[in-house]
Each structure stands twice: as C-alpha cells, then as structure tokens.
Design a binder for this molecule. Structure first.
Ligand code: FAD
Length: 482
C-alpha cells in the first residue's frame, strides 16, 4: 500500500540532470547523468505515487506495467521485489526506462494537480539495480522439443525469443546484420542508448538457451520456405525499415541521403566497427535534416557530435509551445514537433517548412534546398505557399520522413504471404499470418512504432506461438494486434 500522502510531502518532480551540452557533445555517451544520492532521492520520488485506485498509468503502458506496485517497493527500499515486479510485465525495462516516450507519465493521475511521478526514471533505476545485483538466467526446467525461428533481432524479436525460450522451446534468432539488436543497435545512437545495455541482456538470454545467428539474411542466405520446413513455427520480426522518400527535383544529387544511411555508419563507428570510407559524415558540413521525429532528432545529435558546421531541421509540424507545463512532459498533439535532448544541443529548427527542390553545383553535389512556408488547403493537404520560397545552404541533406513499411520482396516471392493495403504483413487476432505456423510481431506487422510496443507485441506473439504449438499457454499477452 502506497503512502497516500506522499505527494503532499514531496511536491516536486525531480530527475537527474542531463550532462552539460558542451561536455556531452565531445563524446557518444548517454546524455543523462546519474545522481550520486540515488536511493534516498528515488525513494522520495517513487513515494509520490499515491496508488490512486484506478492507475491510468497501466492503460497508458502497452505492457501493462505494474507501476504503483514497484513504485511502492522502491519507496520501501525493497529493491529485489521491485526488480521482480518490473520484470513480471517487461522483458527489457532497461530499454523502456531509457528511450520510451513514457505514455505512462502522461496518464499519471497525479498529473491533474501536480507534476506526474517520475515513472520512467524509477523504472530505469530498478532495471540498473537488477543488473548490478546480477540477473539470474531463467533456464526452463524442461524442454518441449519444438523449434522456433525468430527472424529479426530488434526488441520484438528479442522479447518473443526470451519468452519462448523460457517456456522451454528451442529458439534460434536470425539477424542479417553483423550484430544483434535491430534498431536498438544500429538505429538509435549511443547518446540515447549505450550498447553495453544491450550486451548484458543478450548475455542473460544466451545463458537461458536462446541461440543467435547474426549475419544470416532469411530470403537470401536461407530461403523462407527452407526455414519453414526446418522449424515448427516462425516469427517474422523484421521491422519496418523502408524509408519514405522525397522525390523532388535534385533528389539524386550527391550529398542527399536517407537518415539511416547516415545513422547506421555513425553508430558503427561509435562502437569501433568498420565503416565504408565514403559513408556520409557531417564534419565541417552544413547539414539539413528533413523531418522532426525521433529519427530526425537522432540525426541532429549525431551531426553535432561529428562536428557539423551547421544543422537545420525542417519540419512540416507546428511549433510547439515554448514552455510545456511540468505536468505535461510529452507532446499531446501528434503533429507538434518533437523536442528531444538533441534539440537542446544546437542547430536551427524551421517549422511548417516545405521543400520545393534540391539545388546543385556543376559537380552534381547538393549545395542547398529551396524551401517555402507550408500552406494548409481546405482538404487538409499541405502545399508550399507561393511567393515564400527561400534558399537554405546545405551540403549534406538527410531525409528523415518516417518509414513506409517492411521489406517484403523475398518473403512474398518465396511464400506468397498476404500483406495489408499498407504493405504490412497481415495478421489475424492471434498474430498469425496467412501462412500456417508463421506469426508476425513488431513494426513488420504494425508499422514503424515504439520500442515499448515492439516488446509488448513480442510477448503477445510468444503466447500465440506457444498456444499454437502446445494447444494451451500460460504466457501473458499484454496486447492484441492492431
Ligand atoms: P527492428 O528494431 O527494426 O528490428 C528488425 C530487425 O530485423 C533488424 O535488425 C533487421 O536487420 C532484421 N531483419 C530484417 N529482415 C531480415 C531478414 N530477411 N533476415 C534476417 N534479419 C532481418 N522508439 C522508441 O520507443 N524510442 C526511441 O527513442 C526511438 N528512437 C528511434 C530512432 C530511430 C533512428 C528509429 C529508426 C526508430 C526509433 N524508434 C524509437 C522506433 C523503434 O526503434 C522501433 O519501433 C523498434 O525498434 C521496432 O522493433 P522491431 O523489433 O519490430 O524491429
């Protein structure tokens, strides 16, 4: 039972400070600092949770995290129990505690009259305590004798693999990249998620019995049909990695790239991996990022760390309020420009900006963009406003306009699997695809989303696969397919 008056004793929401901008721009380490007085301060913050009776934070979280329960355990200093309650609903709280936009905090009932409980910071602290104390691998007591292939090692594939391994199945995770982790590894920069955070979880998974096969592309190195013959069930967790393009005059100029063509080599370099000599790099360049979401802001932080001469972000979204009330830490209007730690670090932002075309010099390299103000049409379309064009200097342009869906050419050619009108892998109520024994989870079935949704779907698909193989399941299914 929480202290019902805790929020009256501690009214302020307190978080560890971010590292100073001038310090963090010199390295790739986590933007967030840790406080020395960790436990007493966290106990106070967790004690602000009043266990309100109808914890909307549960509904706000796709995982259904038992937030009031572990807040209270932290308040009492019962860290071991808090670790267990947190892991009861979330395989990877060390990820969501770092990079989730925390819909739970926008749903916190305390937010009606005070700043919400610092749920995400309490979560990451419990997760880190868990690793400091040493996480015991949960090795299944008995093996079922059935085999499952999971294709893709992002958070959806990893959550599915961990659940199914613990249920006693023999699980093999195939990943085409050289290392395991999906977008956690090669998309999201270290200043948001240092990669040792992934490694320590993979160690636990290996100790539990999950087998990893990096550097294997299904559809190319092994056909989808061969895979289906070899395994009792297959989980497609291949993500939604096809980028949305901006086919305007000048798009093919040298120096105009998709954001991921910039972020992936930057992430590899930051982790000591080999990178092609001609990979896009921002040092000394005037960088323009088109798109104001997570991918765009990650490009900003990366370009600034690489030593860009200038960084300008263009977004079609509206300007957010200059100050956001403390009880509303995240944008509620989906077309508001997202504000991230990268935006504190530098660069310009232009709102309601529409690109007209890319400009070049004689060598075929981009030198700028013609940009206009965005005008809303009565039917809701956004078009460049005539007479407002101006030129922005640019010698590296990064297109970060989202992703249209998964890469499905080999999958459809080799199996005839059904897709939705949006090009996503079609699934029924139990995450089953049109192919018997083949299931789908995460962005491949849902479209580009969030890590917390990928973990939730990974857990749910594991329950569906377990039920398919054994006729019954005790695994939890926190969400259904959308
Ligand atoms: P992914 O993480 O995309 O993993 C899919 C994996 O499948 C990839 O490793 C891919 O190589 C592999 N694969 C594909 N095809 C094959 C094949 N044929 N054979 C073998 N392997 C294959 N979300 C947040 O919550 N917070 C954030 O801060 C955040 N930042 C982001 C920043 C960027 C730059 C991007 C692009 C996304 C971000 N997201 C963020 C979204 C989040 O990363 C995704 O929603 C999440 O990773 C989806 O998980 P997934 O497991 O479905 O797919």
């Amino acid at each position: 039972m929480a202290d019902p008056r805790g929020f009256l004793k501690v009214r302020d929401r307190e978080l560890p400070p971010n590292r100073p901008v001038e310090v963090r721009l010199r390295d790739w380490k986590d933007t967030h600092a840790h406080r020395e007085d960790g436990q007493p301060y966290l106990k106070e913050q967790a004690g602000r949770c009043m266990d309100c009776g109808i914890p909307f934070c549960h509904q706000g979280c796709p995982l259904g995290n038992l937030i009031p329960e572990w807040n209270d355990l932290v308040r009492r200093g019962q860290w071991g129990d808090a670790v267990d309650r947190l892991h009861a609903t979330n395989n990877f709280p060390e990820l969501t505690g770092r990079i989730c936009p925390a819909p739970c905090e926008s749903s916190c009932v305390l937010g009606i009259s005070q700043p919400p409980v610092t749920i995400k910071n309490v979560e990451v602290s419990i997760a880190d305590v868990a690793f400091e104390q040493g996480l015991t691998p949960q090795v299944p007591a008995r093996l079922t004798g059935t085999t499952i292939a999971v294709i893709g090692s992002g958070p959806a594939g990893l959550a599915a693999a961990q659940q199914l391994t613990r249920a006693g199945h023999t699980v093999v995770v195939y990943e085409r990249d050289p290392r395991i982790g999906g977008l956690l590894r090669y998309g999201i920069p270290d200043f948001k998620l240092e990669k040792h955070v992934i490694e320590r979880r993979l160690e636990q998974m290996e100790a539990e019995g999950t087998r990893f096969r990096p550097g294997v592309e299904i559809g190319k190195d092994v056909t989808w049909d061969a895979l289906r013959r070899r395994f009792d069930a297959v989980v497609v967790a291949t993500g939604a990695t096809v980028p949305r393009d901006l086919r305007l005059p000048g798009r093919d100029l040298h120096g105009v790239h998709f954001a991921m063509d910039f972020l992936v080599p930057a992430n590899r370099a930051a982790n000591g991996e080999e990178v092609a000599a001609d990979a896009p790099h921002a040092a000394g360049k005037h960088v323009v990022v088109i798109g104001g979401g997570d991918t765009g802001s990650d490009c900003v932080g990366t370009a600034l760390r690489q030593g860009a001469a200038s960084v300008t972000t263009l977004a079609i979204g509206k300007k957010p309020p200059l100050t956001r009330p403390a009880h509303q830490p995240w944008p509620t209007d989906p077309i508001l420009f997202e504000v991230s730690t990268s935006h504190e670090e530098g660069g310009e932002r232009t709102y309601l900006a529409s690109t007209v075309d890319f400009l070049n010099d004689k060598s075929g390299a981009v030198v700028g963009l013609r940009v206009a103000e965005t005008e809303y049409q009565p039917d809701g379309r956004r078009v460049p406003k005539p007479g407002t064009e101006h030129v922005i200097r640019a010698d590296l342009v990064l297109i970060a306009m989202g992703f249209t869906g998964p890469e499905t050419a080999a999958l459809t050619d080799q199996t005839g699997i059904e897709l939705t009108d949006r090009g996503l892998v079609r699934r029924g109520d139990d995450f089953a695809t049109s192919l018997p024994g083949v299931f789908v989870a995460g962005d491949a079935g849902r479209g580009q989303s969030l890590v917390v949704w990928a973990i939730a779907e990974g857990r749910a698909v594991a329950a569906a696969v377990d039920a398919h193989l054994r006729g019954t399941t005790e695994l939890p299914a926190p969400v259904g397919p959308r």
